[in-house]
Design a protein around this ligand. Structure first.
Ligand SMILES: [Zn+2]
Length: 153
């Protein structure tokens, strides 16, 4: 099944060279390449990943043939496909989105910052900034750790 992932990656690279910049941005091809990478690594043991690789491949072939006629419907279809795949990777294979921990710890830091800002510092602004900084540091650290372990999409 590795061949299929490689095939999709080749398609992706070709597309990156041919589509216009706004479209390429909308398709988020860099993220897609990471998704394909993950699908490829799980596809030997997961039928869903195999199936999704196939769908992605078909989609990109379609796009390649209609390179001048990429409309909102096609882009929407793509977004749904990618969303479906990422949620499968998250639920079934326990992967996380890039910046996942950063988001969590930032908002946690901010809420704690409000509480401490009111009770300890008597200054909400100060509390929020300290909370945000701490959240940022912890979240970024955890994200980097997850990335190192290959847990990030
Ligand atoms: Zn899977």
């Amino acid at each position: 099944m590795e061949n299929r992932a490689d095939h999709v990656k080749t398609l992706l690279r070709e597309l990156r060279g041919t589509v216009s910049k706004p479209i390429s941005k909308k398709l988020d091809l860099h993220k897609c390449e990471r998704v394909v990478e993950k699908l490829g690594s799980f596809s030997s043991s997961c039928k869903d990943c195999q199936q999704q690789l196939l769908e992605l491949m078909n989609y990109f072939i379609l796009i390649k043939e209609n390179i001048d006629r990429i409309d909102d419907t096609k882009l929407k279809q793509y977004k749904q496909l990618i969303n479906h795949i990422t949620s499968h990777l998250q639920i079934k294979h326990k992967l996380i989105q890039e910046g996942y921990y950063l988001g969590i710890f930032m908002s946690l830091g901010m809420s704690l910052g409000v509480v401490f800002g009111i009770t300890v510092f008597d200054n909400i602004g100060l509390g929020i900034s300290i909370g945000m900084c701490m959240g940022l540091a912890i979240g970024a650290g955890k994200d980097a750790d997850a990335k190192k372990k290959g847990k990030t999409i």
